[in-house]
Design a protein around this ligand. Structure first.
Ligand code: ATP
Length: 294
């Protein structure tokens, strides 16, 4: 559904994005994570046809990113929405519905439904008098006004309180369940972990790792293997009546198993505890830093 081929954006002699390549399948949720200035917004704007790449190309549903047909299939949520302060949610959303040629009756039903789903109160209040969370909800409703297949959301939950953040993440999750293809950027890895199928990790304009979360965990995570045995051991090292050891590799698990069997006991349970995506992210960033220092 989305294909980015060697996307590059230069400002003078500075490359904000240095050749991003990735593909997103229909119905997939794809996260782009990375520190401030990594090139996430620049990448998303090139995907959405809002910024012309210096080199490379992006297609959405087979259309070039600048194609007007593609724009009809796409909903974009900018990090900071340029809302018209004196408008109300209704007048603002009707304005965009007109731009997309959505018939008024269809638009009004859609606006009503989306604002209800987003639990947006004060629909007649001017946008300039609304809280940041309310404005973000209106901007999300705007991204859905043309009923797009593809959503590109730039940090949909940044700068919001935990409750509103949760609300917006759950709402995005529902959109994914409805079959929308979603690409979004985030700092908060917890959100990425909870709703993404695959992620790309960006650093200094480059995608330094990408893949499904399990693969990234395997490559960059630190897996701990916990072995529980029934071998007789002093009470001081028992946990819930069992001897518990944390070892670092499957080989070490095997040697614990052999030792347990030699002592007449048996291994009762082996559990693995994987790193959080947060740790994976830090490990990727650290290995990138070491590479660039070398
Ligand atoms: N119009 C511009 N002119 C010059 N440099 C720019 C321009 N837009 C972005 N940059 C630079 O490109 C780099 C990538 O910016 P970008 O906004 O894509 O990062 P980001 O990953 O989205 O960061 P954040 O998480 O802080 O939003 C930054 O160093 C930024 O200063």
């Amino acid at each position: 559904m989305i294909e980015a081929r060697d996307l590059r954006k230069e400002y003078g002699d500075f490359a904000a994005v240095e050749g991003s390549t990735f593909a997103v399948d229909a119905g997939e949720v794809f996260g782009i994570i990375g520190p401030n200035g990594a090139g996430k917004t620049t990448t998303l704007k090139m995907l959405a046809g809002l910024l012309e790449p210096t080199a490379g190309s992006a297609t959405v549903a087979g259309y070039d990113a600048e194609d007007t047909e593609m724009r009809k299939r796409l909903g974009f949520l900018p990090e900071e929405s340029p809302l018209y302060e004196e408008m109300t949610p209704l007048s603002y959303l009707r304005f965009f519905a007109d731009l997309y040629d959505v018939p008024r009756s269809v638009a009004d039903d859609r606006i009503d439904e989306t604002l209800s789903e987003l639990d947006l109160e004060h629909r007649t209040r001017q946008l300039g008098d609304m809280s940041k969370g309310m404005k973000r909800k209106v901007a999300i409703a705007r991204s859905l006004i043309n009923d797009p297949d593809v959503l590109i959301y730039d940090e949909p939950a940044s700068g919001l309180d935990p409750l509103t953040t949760n609300y917006i993440i759950q709402f995005t999750e529902r959109l994914a369940e409805e079959g929308k293809t979603i690409v979004f950027s985030a700092h908060n890895l917890f959100h990425v972990e909870s709703i993404c199928d695959r992620v790309a990790i960006m650093n200094e304009g480059e995608i330094v790792a990408k893949g499904d979360l399990d693969a990234l965990q395997r490559e960059y995570g630190d897996t701990e293997y916990h072995v529980y045995t029934t071998v007789e051991v002093p009470d001081s090292v028992r946990e819930n009546g069992q001897y518990r050891r944390v070892v670092e590799s499957m080989d070490a698990v095997e040697s614990v198993r052999e030792a347990a069997e030699a002592a007449g006991g048996e291994v009762a349970d082996i559990r693995t505890e994987e790193s959080s995506l947060e740790e994976v992210f830090l490990n990727v960033a650290e290995s990138g830093r070491r590479r660039s220092e070398a």
